[in-house]
Design a protein. Sequence first.
Lengths: 111, 115
Amino acid sequence: SQKIEQNSEALNIQEGKTATLTCNYTNYSPAYLQWYRQDPGRGPVFLLLIRENEKEKRKERLKVTFDTTLKQSLFHITASQPADSATYLCALGNSNYQLIWGAGTKLIIKP
Amino acid sequence: EAQVTQNPRYLITVTGKKLTVTCSQNMNHEYMSWYRQDPGLGLRQIYYSMNVEVTDKGDVPEGYKVSRKEKRNFPLILESPSPNQTSLYFCASSLEQTGSNEKLFFGSGTQLSVL
């Protein structure tokens, strides 16, 4: 069956360092992948989208990579700040309008 | 302000008592969807709609109903709620179908508890 894995353990990072979150998938051939941020008690907020033919996408301090051979996406936040603390969700979409979501990784940036 | 508005934010009810969670978007989006979020699980799609009067089942549609009579509104109806429907619910919309790589805009969520 299709499966998406994000690290279920919280990731603790010192302020100023780069945070790297992982999204792995199996039995799936996504056409694109999205990353969202979710704060407690709020709905997810879109951050970045990367397509299967793209290796890397950047937006300000954010960078996403997509390796269809390894079946993995990495999400990086450089120069991390306490305000970056949140849960980050990855979602994979295929050409049949299906979107499958990971359970998210909680990121904690310590001052 | 462009937004997706869900109501209520919190709802406690009893088994079998029909309820409706409302969802409205002001962005003229074609696509709307309902998700539930449970601890340790990814968002799971309940129903979606690609346009007015067009609705389709998602991954977990049992026990839910929806309607899309107007473009902006997409209510979620639980005819006879059961405790296993206790969850955090999100409404989302996008300009076009998600297959077009469109990002989703989410509401703030409705925390439902069925006793």
